[in-house]
Write a protein of this length. Structure first.
Length: 475
């Protein structure tokens, strides 16, 4: 007898959509059969998914939990920890979160990973994995650690081509260091994640805007420009294209110029992949002028309507493969503390509505196929980050991470009813679907708005990137 059967749902399978039964045994998908056939065999629990869309659990490839932020009245605070973020993930149909290890000077990569794991282990409801983020200077000893980290299941390293804001964040990785890391990752089968902005231009624009007394956050798009994305994307792509075996994933692509640079490189056969955020495709620089306009901001800045059109076109054409959140949960009071171009807090509490919003915007409004929607919110991330086929697919042998999306749960988002913090940039937005059930490795974590998880449910998932991902634009 099976443990669980999801019966009669319109499931998005690798072969296409079909009304099927999906059986689960021991946390793994153990059988997929015609509608009603497996239910007739029986299980400890049979769920009738008639009229619902059944998809693999969402994967958010870009989340930040537990980061230190400026707090009220000169204090500091920590953004929401994995327990809060992962619960919001599950309520919204995301079962796998990819967070970050922010290595600091003076420690080893191994120590940084161990410390970060302590924040998650037995304290995360969803499954998770971790990228490593580094910055200059990178000593020979740190570079020498990278092969072992890749073999230990950390094959992705994030690097920044900018310090982002003057004096406040400082994550810059110099191009010489990026080059050295790319060569090591190419040899070891890892991949670079790049936050690309032209540091000289960004810092020049901060100086110019401050000198011109244009310090309000509504000028952020003039500090983090479309031109900056063009210059930085092309420069770092040019570097990587000259490293045999290298592959790159461009995080939070925000501008037309970034999409164009990725598309040109892919056309040459280079294994480069692009991520955007639902913030960039649903908000633009005009939203900074709205009341509490900081709530729409993340870094790099929002851009313009033409850039939004290019991002949608990039998702349709395949130049962009993933829609992430760059999640950073903090209360509204903290999000609104910064009022200047150089002190506004980035990130947002976007992981819970991501799947439903993207279904609404992609499938309902723009006619994307269900398969393409699933690729953008789950399957592509699994393939690129070394999680596939364990994650990101409804297939026999894969983890039973299953989400039921119910059109009968269409509603207007109420930010106060979400499960991370006390606001949402998408408060008042209509969604045409919502998860009725989220299953993590065979356990029903959310059903009918009821949460059934315990903090030991989430597991760390080590990764290894498939060779085909690094041999050309395979996704």
């Amino acid at each position: 007898m099976f443990d669980l059967i999801i019966s009669n749902g319109n499931a998005v399978l690798p072969s296409g959509t079909a009304i099927v039964d999906i059986a689960v045994t021991g946390g793994i998908i153990s059988a997929i059969g015609g509608a009603g056939t497996l239910a007739a065999v029986g299980a400890r629990r049979v769920v009738d998914a008639t009229g619902q869309i059944v998809v693999p659990g969402g994967i958010d490839p870009h989340i930040h939990s537990g980061l230190t932020l400026p707090g009220p009245r000169g204090t500091s605070m920590t953004s929401e920890l994995p327990d809060v973020v992962s619960k919001a993930c599950l309520f919204g149909g995301t079962t796998m979160m990819c967070d970050f290890i922010f290595w600091q000077q003076g420690e080893t990569l191994t120590a940084a990973a161990e410390a970060r794991r302590k924040l998650f282990d037995d304290a995360c409801y969803a499954d998770y994995t971790l990228h490593i983020a580094v910055e200059s200077p990178l000593s020979p000893a740190i570079l020498a650690e990278i092969p072992a980290m890749v073999r230990a299941g950390y094959p992705t390293i994030k690097m920044f081509t900018t310090d982002i804001t003057p004096g406040r964040m400082a994550h810059l990785t110099k191009f010489g260091d990026i080059w050295e890391v790319l060569k090591i990752l190419a040899k070891e089968g890892g991949m670079a994640l790049i936050h690309a902005e032209d540091n000289d231009l960004v810092m020049h624009m901060y100086e110019k805007l401050i000198a011109d007394d244009k310090t309000g956050f509504e000028y952020l798009a003039e500090a983090h420009t479309v031109l900056s994305e063009e210059l930085s994307f092309n420069r770092v792509i040019g570097l990587a294209e000259n490293v045999p075996g290298a592959g790159m994933y461009m995080v939070h692509t925000s501008a037309r110029t970034g999409v164009d640079a990725i598309a040109r490189s892919r056309a040459k056969g280079f294994p480069i992949y692009g991520e955007t955020l639902h913030q960039y495709v649903l908000f633009n620089a005009e939203d900074y002028k709205r009341p509490n306009g900081q709530i729409y901001h993340t870094y790099p800045s929002l851009k313009y309507p033409d850039d939004q059109k290019a991002l949608w076109a990039g998702m349709e054409s395949g130049a962009l493969q993933c829609v992430a959140t760059d999640e950073l949960c903090c209360p509204l009071e903290v999000k609104l503390i910064g009022k200047r171009i150089d002190d506004t807090t980035g990130g947002n509490s976007g992981v819970e509505p991501r799947v439903a919003l993207m279904y609404t915007e992609m499938v309902t409004k723009r006619g994307f196929s269900l398969e393409h929607f699933v690729d953008l919110i789950s399957t592509n991330a699994a393939k690129l980050m070394g999680l596939y086929p364990r994650k990101g697919v409804l297939a026999v042998g894969s983890d039973a991470d299953i989400v039921l999306l119910d059109p009968k749960l269409a509603h207007k988002i109420d930010g106060s009813a979400l499960h991370s913090v006390d606001y949402s940039p998408w408060d008042g937005w209509d969604v045409s679907i919502w998860p009725s059930m989220t299953v993590l490795r065979g356990k029903i974590m959310v059903e009918g708005g009821q949460f059934n998880g315990v903090l030991t449910d989430g597991e760390f998932v080590p990764r290894a990137i498939a060779p085909e991902i690094l041999s050309g634009p395979a996704v």
